[in-house]
Structures are given as structure tokens and as C-alpha cells.
Write a protein that binds this ligand. Structure first.
Ligand code: ADP
Length: 417
């Protein structure tokens, strides 16, 4: 079981007293050094004081015996002597100091070093910094452990870079997944109109061949004319109709993809947004349509958030357009816009009493070209994909909760001002 160590476990000693202890005599001599020992001592002192790493020696009670300038400054003492005789309890929180003390007592007990331990340590201003520490037992001539030598290196910069690389990697991974799904959906959705175009082009070519062969040998004029009439009045227009519809569909899919790629490349200009003004603006574009279908929209007072005005306008326009589009014709449409504020985020909600969305589709509706009602309601299946893209770029979140037959709630979480 881990014993919790306290400052009171350690005998208090002054700097002068500690210099009289046997370990210091052992390490630094009896005060009077001959000239070669003094030179060796100076060389070592110069060496450790010019190292950027924390270098120190502690006795078996974890009291500093030797400290270089880096550790002295790092711990907030004026001169190395300011550290001598003191322990981590004089500089760190009791919990942190007790942890260091326990680690060191384990080294003294087991004789095995602690190597390359990475841990967060608060600096003098209370900011967290990262250190990599190695502590090795120090032996006397008889092999008894008389203390430890510690080396600590500030790796805060490296840790920050690693964190940043980690975050960028996660971003890249999710971007890759998104691209993969766009590619999959795009190729899948582009394929069906393309197959139609190929199929009906073949039909057209067969019709042309048939007309050619009829014209080449006009034996039975009557039946030939009837055949050509059917081809010209029914078969060929039908094929052309399918080809045109499919080409229009492909055009709309491709312009959708272009819209998305433009959106990805667009600069975002994050600023505090007056959400009441922004929502008024969004409402202006839908108010006529809402009146026409007898839908009632109510908007609460909305707190400001941080975002790009144009893009956030687009987000709420798309969600509000959908709320109106997917209302239930059998009852009066009601849409309510409100916000719940949290510590650093505002969660805006657009709630409707429309047709609702089945649970299995609630995540998928944000995928490109994903549409549930492909017959009654017109759309490209891109509105919510655009919403998701914009909100991701703002490091926000968007999600839906819905009950089929009752209505839906679309939530958008954005950083508060
Ligand atoms: P579109 O509306 O063009 O089909 P969206 O990406 O905007 O494309 O929406 C994707 C699908 O999500 C829609 O086809 C619809 O089935 C569903 N949906 C979106 N909003 C709502 C809503 N408020 N109520 C019910 N279904 C919705």
C-alpha cells in the first residue's frame, strides 16, 4: 500500500547545518580542499551550473544537498544555497511533494533508479510545465545508498508540439474519413444517372438503327410508318427525357460537390455575432413562405457567439428551411428557436413539430446527398452536409434529436463570446 508522506516526516535542517552532514563532507570534502580537489570541484560546479537541465543531489531524507542554477531558478530560489537543506515540500503543493518524496524513498529502499519519468510540474506562476526526470541512487565507498542524483529536463515545448501534432493528426483523420465518405457517396450517386444515360443512349442508337433499316427497305409502307411513328413519338422522346433528367441530376450533384469544395477553401472570419440580428436576417428570407403555409415561428432572445457571420447565417438558413420543408401537412406548423448557454458554449436549438426523423437516420442525414423523402419534397441532400462542414470549421457541434410523427430538434453548439 502507498504510504502518504508529509512534510513532518522529514527532519528540518538549515543550509549551514546540512553542510556539516556526512554526505556533504563525502561529496565536497571537509571544507579545506587541496588545490587539485578544488580545481575538480570548480570544474564540476561550472559544468552543472552551465547546464540548462535541473541537476541536484539529495540526501536520503530528500533534502537538497547540491543544486545547480537551473533548478534553483526553476524552483524560485535566489541562489543555490537557498535550496540547500530544503525539500520539495518547501516549493510544491503537499500532494505533489509527497509524490516526489514517495518516489525517492522507493529508490532508497530498492536501489533501482527512476528513469525518464515524464510528468507535469507547476512553475512559479502556477503554469503547468512538463519535465522528464531521471533519479539515480548515490552510493558511498561501501556501497551504501547515501542519497540520489537527479536530472530534470524541461520538455514543455516538445509536449506542446506533440499535442499539436496529435490534434492535427486527429483532424486529418476525420477529414480523410469525411473525404472518403464524400467520394463514396459522390461516385455512388453519380453512377445511377450515368447508368441511365448509358442505357438510354443505347436505346437511342437502337432506334436510329431501326429507322435506318426501315428506310433502307420500305416494303410495307403502312407498317413501316407506324413503327417510325412509335419510335419518334414514344421511344425516342422517352429516352431523351431520361437522358435529360439524368444529366440535370448529375449537374446538380456536381455543383453540390463544387459548393462543398468552395466552402472548404473559403476563409473564415471569426468575430462576435449578434445572434438576434443574425436570426432576424435569416427570418426575413423565410417569413413569406412561412405565412403561405400557415406556420408559426417564435424566436427567444439569443445570446451572442463567436463565428463567421456569412457562414453561420447559412447554417441557420439551411436548418430553418428544412424545419419549414419537413413540417407535417396535417397540423399547424410550429417552429421555436431558443438557446441554452453553457460555460464556454451556447447551444442554439431549432425545434419543429414536423414529420420527424427515424432514429437510424438521425446521424446519417448529415452525410452528403443523404435524403429520406426523395419524392414529395425537393432537395439536393446537401443542406445538412454544408451545416456540418461549417460547424466543424468553427470547432462547434451539430446534432439532431427527433421523434417520427412528432418533430425534430436541431442543436448547434458554438463558442460563447
Ligand atoms: P435536403 O433537404 O435537400 O434533402 P438536407 O441535407 O438538408 O437535404 O437534409 C437531409 C435529409 O434530412 C432530408 O432529405 C430530410 O429527409 C431530413 N431532414 C432534414 N431536416 C429535417 C427536419 N427538420 N424534419 C424532418 N426531416 C428532416
Amino acid at each position: 500500500m502507498n504510504k502518504q508522506f508529509h512534510e513532518s516526516d522529514i527532519a528540518r535542517t538549515s543550509c549551514e547545518d546540512i553542510k556539516k552532514t556526512s554526505i556533504v563532507h563525502e561529496l565536497l570534502g571537509d571544507g579545506e580542499l587541496d588545490s587539485s580537489a578544488s580545481t575538480r570541484h570548480n570544474i564540476l560546479r561550472t559544468l552543472i551550473d552551465n547546464m540548462p537541465d535541473y541537476i541536484y543531489v539529495k540526501d536520503t531524507q530528500s533534502r537538497f544537498i547540491i543544486a545547480n542554477i537551473a533548478v534553483t531558478r526553476g524552483m524560485g530560489a535566489e541562489v543555490p544555497d537557498g535550496l540547500i537543506g530544503k525539500t520539495d515540500f518547501d516549493f510544491y503543493s503537499p500532494e505533489l511533494a509527497a509524490r516526489y518524496y514517495a518516489d525517492e524513498q522507493k529508490i532508497f529502499k530498492n536501489g533501482s533508479p527512476l528513469v525518464n519519468r515524464e510528468e507535469p510540474v507547476p512553475d512559479q506562476e502556477g503554469n503547468m510545465r512538463w519535465f522528464i526526470s531521471t533519479k539515480v541512487p548515490l552510493h558511498d565507498d561501501q556501497g551504501n545508498i547515501i542519497g540520489l542524483v537527479g536530472i530534470g529536463r524541461d520538455i514543455t515545448q516538445r509536449k506542446r508540439s506533440e499535442e499539436k501534432i496529435g490534434m492535427l493528426n486527429n483532424e486529418l483523420e476525420s477529414k480523410n474519413k469525411e473525404l472518403e465518405s464524400i467520394l463514396y457517396a459522390a461516385s455512388h450517386d453519380l453512377r445511377s444517372p450515368l447508368v441511365n444515360i448509358q442505357g438510354f443512349s443505347k436505346e437511342l442508337s437502337i432506334s436510329c438503327k431501326t429507322i435506318r433499316s426501315i428506310l433502307d427497305c420500305p416494303e410495307d409502307y403502312r407498317s413501316s410508318k407506324a413503327q417510325i411513328d412509335t419510335l419518334l413519338n414514344d421511344d425516342i422522346p422517352e429516352s431523351l427525357g431520361y437522358i435529360t433528367t439524368s444529366a440535370t441530376k448529375m449537374d446538380s450533384l456536381l455543383s453540390g460537390l463544387l459548393k462543398l469544395s468552395r466552402l472548404d477553401r473559403a476563409q473564415i472570419n471569426i468575430e462576435p455575432l449578434d445572434m438576434n440580428a443574425l436570426m432576424n436576417n435569416v427570418m426575413e428570407n423565410v417569413i413569406y413562405h412561412a405565412k403561405e403555409i400557415g406556420a408559426k415561428i417564435t424566436v427567444d432572445n439569443l445570446p451572442p457567439c463567436l463565428g463567421d457571420a456569412l457562414q453561420i447565417n447559412q447554417v441557420f438558413s439551411n436548418i430553418l428551411d428544412n424545419a419549414l420543408k419537413y413540417l407535417d401537412d396535417s397540423r399547424q406548423g410550429r417552429i421555436h428557436i431558443y438557446c441554452k448557454s453553457q460555460a464556454t458554449q451556447n447551444i442554439y436549438c431549432i425545434e419543429d413539430n414536423g414529420i420527424g426523423i427515424a432514429p437510424e437516420h438521425q446521424d446519417r442525414i448529415f452525410g452528403i446527398f443523404h435524403r429520406l423523402d426523395t419524392v414529395a419534397k425537393k432537395g439536393e441532400g446537401l443542406g445538412l452536409t454544408i451545416v456540418k462542414h461549417i460547424i466543424n470549421k468553427h470547432k462547434g457541434k451539430v446534432w439532431a434529436e427527433s421523434e417520427p410523427g412528432k418533430g425534430s430538434r436541431f442543436f448547434v453548439s458554438l463558442p460563447s463570446v
